[in-house]
Design a protein around this ligand. Sequence first.
Ligand code: PRP
Length: 212
Amino acid sequence: MLTMALAKGRLAEKTFDLLEGMGIDCTLPRNPGRQLVLDVPESGLRFILVKPSDVPTYVEHGVADLGVVGADTLLEAGRALYEVLDLGFGACRLCIAGFAEKKKTTVSHATFRVATKYPNIARNYYGRQGKTIEIIELHGSVELGPVIGLSDVILDIVESGSTLRANGLEVLEEVCPVTARLVCNRVSLKTRRGEMLKIIEGMKAQLTEESV
Ligand code: PRP
């Protein structure tokens, strides 16, 4: 049986849509209750539903052969695994956001402060520009940073933009676009190639079918 680690929530639901298109019954993993390991023996798949930021960890360590996770999480984690498919869904953008210059409040720190859930991405992004910054790591509601004067800007994902608008912030720079990716363990792709390719190619075919 192959194990697939899925980021709980919308990405998992969209993945089940794709798998159901391939004839895989996802009734159990769609309704897991408190169960964390969901076996669908007739399709040769076992699902584990985990926090998005943990997906790369499970896949790198080989306890999951496959995983579905956002490109933002992958970039931040920097794990040694193969990214095999851009699934297209879960689209958003990684952006630097803050108050527009004209609306800038009194917030101004000796060092430029960036509040973010993505410290590695922030470090690399500003590092490439040769800019010295202080990273303030948060785990949610990052938009609060500039609003209450904790940081000058945030680096975060923007989907509809409604959280930024509701807090008087706007996109200042775009870092990169984000979509969900299918990733796989490097060893599994060699040792269980047949089973892995069946899933990878099946998902690819579903995406092609959806786009026509
Ligand atoms: C994410 C992200 C933004 C928001 C962007 O937060 O960190 O806050 O969604 O979406 P929008 O552009 O459609 O408003 P999430 O909802 O995951 O909650 P969190 O702040 O607790 O991380």
